[in-house]
Design a protein around this ligand. Structure first.
Ligand code: FES
Length: 159
């Protein structure tokens, strides 16, 4: 089935489509709408966004933005998308231990989704909570000052 904005996303698009002086500024909000609608942004959706924004925005522009930012999922993710910050502050404070622990517990490698489609684990760049390192984001929620005990409690609450 060919993707198009949901009714809610279409309403939002109509609200924002004329407020930016430069059409390039519409790319990120539109990609967010797509991700909200279908959970990920594939090439079909990128083409749709390019078409909806119109000239001079091309698929190449949209693709460039979607692939630059890690917050856009390029493939389907599990019900809980665990994004572990791997940038310097979090790394120094043990994000690699957090990553290893979560992957081992879920029986998957970084970048994979569990067979039951419940969890996806990815490594991401700085999420802007460096003072609370190590940290991770699960869907829209930040979990900070992590240690392995805290990680287990969080995963227990989701299983
Ligand atoms: S380095 Fe992890 S949130 Fe900034």
């Amino acid at each position: 089935m060919t993707y198009q904005f949901s009714e809610k996303s279409e309403q939002r698009f109509q609200q924002i489509k004329d407020i930016f002086p430069d059409k390039r500024s519409l790319i990120i909000p539109c990609l967010y709408l797509v991700q909200k609608d279908k959970g990920f942004v594939d090439k079909e959706a990128m083409q749709y966004v390019a078409n909806r924004i119109g000239e001079p925005i091309s698929l190449a522009h949209v693709y460039g933005v979607a692939t630059f930012y890690t917050m856009f999922n390029k493939k389907p993710v599990g019900k809980y998308h665990i994004q572990i910050c791997e940038n310097i502050s979090c790394y120094i404070m043990g994000s690699d231990d957090v990553m290893r622990h979560i992957c081992k517990r879920l029986g998957i490698e970084k970048g994979e989704t569990t067979k039951d489609k419940k969890f996806t684990v990815t490594g991401v760049q700085c999420l802007g909570a460096c003072g609370y390192a190590p940290m991770m984001q699960i869907n829209e929620t930040y979990y900070e000052n992590l240690d392995l005990k805290k990680v287990d409690e969080i995963l227990d609450s989701l299983e």
